[in-house]
Design a protein around this ligand. Structure first.
Ligand code: SF4
Length: 440
């Protein structure tokens, strides 16, 4: 059982889907830096492509994603048309370099666009880039998912899908502005399996309004009964000062910090008892799922999409707000879709900001990734470990980590503290603590 140390979780910390984190990005990185990153790729370098669709059928009140309501068909059509142009811009700059081994569509909700538009996008990617039997994954909103979408996924031979579920509880659903009946989610799962989806993930949340451990466990029971291959269980981060749409959530009904911690612990214990393998600090997978296999083999990675079995060193993001990651730089597209449109129509990469990764950043970033993915890391290369021993002392004294020479090893019950421990290795912290969520 996990032990609650509120003082160790008091400080908001990043999720570390990149290092340096997006909070360190600046406007000093621009279109030419994206062009340079693409020009530096090796001919046969494995590349993962991410296509961002920033629209949803309905906007959930808790959501922190860069997304808007898909209310006007003309706006969606214009966006998808421009996405095709951005694909051509990127492909032209690559000039045949790189091999696309993974394609992920996320958002927002990719199924906010028409299934025919989705199929056309994938076909365009296959024509524009050198691909090599890519693994294709897609995030889906059960609301609006139907037979036509299932047929499009089957035709495109999509292997992986992730469903936004969050909670099966009808009271919680109303309080977060995401009403989706259990029967509809079950039907969506049935259609996805018939369409050939091999690896199916559910995103779930704890710390939601009116949710206690009993309510959460009912959701987990309902989720497991639908036989997903993976589950991600995220803590809801209530930051209405940063995400105005969260003001619709009644914060008087939110569980407190201790209750949140116990919900995370109960979810972990429940899923492990059901045979799921914990992956990182908030994912779970059936032992034969590629994510669980990667974790056991020490091949788990962390990128903008969370924990992944994708080992590509280059991730190309296409679409408004999408982030591209190269070994030496991180580059983020314009979040504002108007500016994004304008840049592409002018033939420029629509870059808003980013950061160059110094050699020290890369070493530290790899150390943080390893700590979060494997639960241990040799810090010999990070710097003088004597400088790190003091910042990590409070975790060491509570038995949450141990030093073996220059290696730190997290204890089994240190998972909820992993991000907080990583933040002590992060050279940038202290500068922007107010922009993050609590680790649990
Ligand atoms: S469907 Fe997903 S991306 Fe869209 S608003 Fe809801 S949580 Fe956000």
């Amino acid at each position: 059982m996990w032990t609650y140390h509120p003082d160790l979780l008091a400080r908001p910390v990043p999720r570390y889907t990149s290092y340096p984190t997006a909070a360190e990005f600046t406007g000093a990185v621009c279109s030419s830096d994206m062009a340079g990153g693409l020009a530096n790729l090796d001919v046969n370098e494995n590349v993962s492509l991410y296509l961002h669709i920033p629209f949803c059928r309905e906007i959930c009140w808790y959501c922190g994603c860069n997304t808007g309501a898909a209310t006007r068909q003309a706006r969606l059509d214009a966006y998808v048309g421009r996405l095709h142009e951005e694909i051509d811009l990127v492909a032209a700059q690559l000039g045949g370099r790189g091999r696309v081994r993974r394609i992920a569509l996320g958002g927002g909700s990719p199924n906010a666009i028409a299934p025919t538009a989705f199929s056309a996008l994938l076909e365009h990617v296959e024509r524009a880039f050198r691909t090599n039997r890519p693994i294709v994954s897609v995030e889906l909103d059960p609301r609006g998912f139907d037979r036509n979408w299932a047929a499009a996924l089957a035709d495109a031979k999509i292997q992986r899908a992730s469903l936004g579920v969050q909670s099966f509880d009808t009271t919680v659903q109303k309080l977060i502005g995401r009403v989706q009946p259990h029967a509809h989610i079950a039907r969506t799962v049935e259609l996805l399996r018939q369409a050939g989806i091999e690896s199916l993930n559910f995103d779930l949340m704890y710390g939601l309004p009116s949710q206690d451990s009993a309510v959460l466990l009912e959701t987990l029971e309902a989720a497991v009964s639908l036989a997903p291959d993976r589950l991600a269980v995220f803590g809801y981060a209530h930051v209405p000062q940063l995400i105005p749409r969260q003001r619709r959530i009644d914060q008087t009904r939110l569980p407190g910090s201790a209750e949140r911690f116990h919900q995370a612990a109960d979810a972990h214990a429940f899923l492990v008892a059901k045979g799921f393998q914990p992956v990182g600090f908030d994912h779970f997978a059936r032992p034969d799922d590629p994510l669980a296999v990667a974790a056991r083999r020490g091949q788990l990675r962390r990128n903008f999409q969370g924990f992944t079995d994708d080992t590509a060193s280059c991730l190309l993001g296409v679409g408004a707000s999408a982030i591209s990651g190269f070994p030496d730089r991180l580059v983020q597209n314009e979040k504002n879709t108007g500016k994004w449109h304008l840049a592409i129509s002018a033939g420029r990469f629509p870059v808003e900001r980013g950061i160059y990764r110094s050699p020290g950043d890369r070493v530290r970033g790899r150390a943080i990734e390893q700590l979060l993915c494997e639960g241990e890391v040799d810090l010999a290369s990070v710097l003088d470990q004597t400088c790190l021993r003091a910042p990590l002392l409070d975790f060491e004294q509570r038995g949450l980590l141990a030093w073996h020479g220059s290696t730190i090893v997290l204890a089994d019950d240190a998972l909820p503290y992993a991000r907080a421990i990583a933040a002590r290795i992060d050279a940038y912290r202290d500068q922007s603590a107010g922009r993050f969520s609590n680790a649990v």
